[in-house]
Write a protein that binds this ligand. Structure first.
Ligand code: SF4
Ligand SMILES: [Zn+2]
Length: 316
């Protein structure tokens, strides 16, 4: 079988494989909580994470499942500040904030620039604020928001993978040149960047998944990114299940995530984080899952390589 399917993977194909969306309220975030993250050299602090209910992202990336908690049309003006207020009034104050909106924060159809002053007022007590954006929306709006907000702005961009044949096939409509340009623009305006990197996107073997995640980390750090977050690719959006059934996708193993983390931390070029959400999904061994999860968690926090987990599954 060829590595790539004969059919074209485009917006239509991806959307046609989706299930229903969840019911969401445009005036309430769909999730919010406090988590711990490394924020400096041996500094571990609490971060408020708010998952804003927002209009569906106009891009349709092959691996994305964020559309599940989105609205079909733009949320009313004022809805985003109300959502932030809703979450902040229910959580203790922390120094750092993540505002994720299932798309691009600087997409004016997602978050109107007229809401920027309201948002800025609500978050003025934070030291940093991290938002996410596709490179296509990193522009004058980013600078406008940066000027209005007191906390230091950080922007996360999905680099996903630098594999030359896989990146175009994940339908992100982004080239490495777009990524570089966005990072340069942010850095020249003294805005810190993060990159999301996929571990084993479709069409790659386990081994290739590791190698290309490592090369993508190298690329991101060379571009000037400060933090790389490695995301193991999980099915659940319809499209990936179909690719899985046809032999074009398999979720990575938790042990591969450990390998990539060891590589990235050893580089000592910046912070490397493993996305541990739903990590159980990536383990095929009940005996070592808990220890591997804890090892990854400690590696996230301390950026050190902790002793390998000894388990009989290693011989599989
Ligand atoms: S750009 Fe981000 S939010 Fe939009 S479809 Fe791609 S992965 Fe999902
Ligand atoms: Zn095991």
């Amino acid at each position: 079988m060829s590595k790539f399917p004969a059919f074209t993977i485009d917006d239509h194909w991806i959307i046609s494989h989706r299930g229903p969306k969840n019911i969401v309220d445009p005036f309430k975030p769909y999730d919010f909580f406090i988590e711990k993250e490394r924020t400096g050299h041996d500094v571990i602090e609490e971060i408020t994470a708010i998952f804003l209910t927002n209009r569906e992202c106009p891009f349709r990336c092959l691996m994305c499942d964020l559309w599940k908690n989105t609205t079909d049309t733009s949320v009313p003006e004022g809805a985003i500040p109300r959502q932030i207020e809703y979450a902040l009034s229910r959580l203790p104050q922390t120094k750092h904030l993540k505002l994720y909106n299932s798309g691009s924060f600087f997409d004016p159809k997602a978050i109107s620039t007229t809401d920027y002053p309201g948002i800025a007022g609500l978050i003025e007590n934070f030291e940093t604020v991290l938002v996410e954006s596709h490179p296509a929306f990193i522009n004058h709006n980013t600078l406008l928001f940066n000027e209005l907000t007191k906390p230091e702005l950080q922007v996360a961009i999905g680099l996903e993978t630098i594999h030359p044949e896989v990146l175009p096939r994940i339908n992100k409509k982004m080239t490495l040149a777009h990524f570089d340009k966005a990072v340069d623009f942010l850095l020249s305006n003294k805005i810190e960047t993060r990159a999301f990197i996929l571990l084993r996107p479709p069409f790659l073997s386990e081994e290739e998944g590791i190698v290309w995640a490592e090369r993508s980390i190298d690329y991101a750090f060379r571009a000037g990114v400060k933090t790389c977050t490695v995301i193991p690719v999980r099915s659940g959006n319809g499209a990936l299940e179909t690719l899985e059934e046809n032999g074009f996708f398999e979720p990575p193993d938790i042990r591969s995530l450990e390998t990539v983390m060891e590589y990235g931390i050893k580089l000592n070029k910046g912070t490397v984080l493993a996305d541990l959400w739903d990590i159980e999904h990536f383990s095929r061994c009940d005996k070592c899952l808990k220890n591997r999860k804890e090892r990854l968690h400690q590696m996230n926090l301390y950026q050190k390589i902790f002793p390998k987990i000894d388990c009989s599954c290693q011989d599989d």
